[in-house]
Design a protein. Structure first.
Length: 277
């Protein structure tokens, strides 16, 4: 009787206990919100397998314009941001959304246009080239997507003394899409477009397009990386996200960036500052 009672008590006890959860492996992955140029150029396709081989961490990239990438991080939907618009990045930090900003690499912007160059800008500085395009109302494609490239383009029009609010017309077409789409549109329209050099070098549907303006110091294009603030978003994978940042600015990561080339041409040039901003 006593043994049966004990059995009943034990059955009752275990009946109210929750079922044990099966053990799960640690999720070794992070989300990186990044500009489209790092994706479209093929750089991530080169870097991420090397990073995973080193750390075992998977990286899922959300490729957007810089403004959209920073907004994704502001919602807590990314662990790291890797973009190229310093003023926007510093605002992101000042608002408390990022921990530190590290400079990672640079390349430059180039003005792409039809090989016949209807605006006659080949070999000029960027300021003179934009003035000529506007004066002759030659088609120009703008990303119009709040990306780093779009921000740089708007700053260059301002530098050239052109107020797009009053000067724009049918010649100026905003598409609200990424760099690849902008280049495709420019190819179809025989239009001018501002591109980062990395995406241009990896772009295959060039048609009758070519670089018409390059080398102007005002076309410098710096990239930065930041861990999203885990104090603001506890879901941020601080350890894995910081491991990715640290790898990018390490000697190994910097060498991997320098080693990415297309047809012998280097797309990005490492210039990490270890202390961060």
């Amino acid at each position: 009787m006593r043994s049966r009672l004990c059995a009943m008590l034990l059955a009752g006890l275990f009946g109210v206990m929750p079922a044990a959860r099966p053990a799960t492996a640690e999720d070794r992955s992070i989300v990186v919100a990044s500009t489209t140029s790092t994706q479209d150029s093929g750089l991530f396709g080169h870097l991420l397998p090397l990073f995973k081989a080193k750390t075992g961490i998977d990286v899922r990239v959300i490729a957007q314009g810089t403004g959209q990438a920073l907004d994704t991080a502001r919602r807590g939907d990314a662990d790291v941001v890797f973009v190229h618009a310093r003023a926007q990045e510093e605002k992101f930090l000042a608002e408390g959304f990022g921990v530190k900003r590290y400079e990672v690499m640079y390349n430059d912007f180039v003005l792409i246009g039809p090989t016949r160059d209807p605006a006659g800008v080949k070999g000029q500085g960027i300021e003179a080239a934009l003035k000529a395009i506007q004066a002759k109302a030659v088609p120009f494609v703008s990303r119009g997507d709040r990306s780093g490239t779009h921000a740089a383009e708007l700053a260059l029009w301002k530098l050239a003394g052109i107020d797009l609010e009053t000067a724009r017309g049918p010649w100026y077409r905003e598409i609200g899409q990424g760099m690849g789409a902008a280049l495709n549109t420019a190819s179809a329209m025989e239009a001018y477009v501002l591109s980062d050099r990395g995406t241009w070098l990896s772009f295959r549907n060039r048609g009758d397009l070519a670089i018409v303006v390059e080398g102007d110091k005002r076309l410098f294009n710096q990239y930065g990386v930041m861990l999203v603030n885990p104090e603001k978003y506890p879901s941020v994978k601080k350890q894995f996200g910081q491991a990715f940042v640290d790898w990018l600015v390490s000697a190994e990561g910097q060498a991997a960036i320098a080693g990415y080339k297309i047809e012998g041409q280097q797309l990005f040039f490492p210039n990490a500052e270890k202390k961060g901003a």
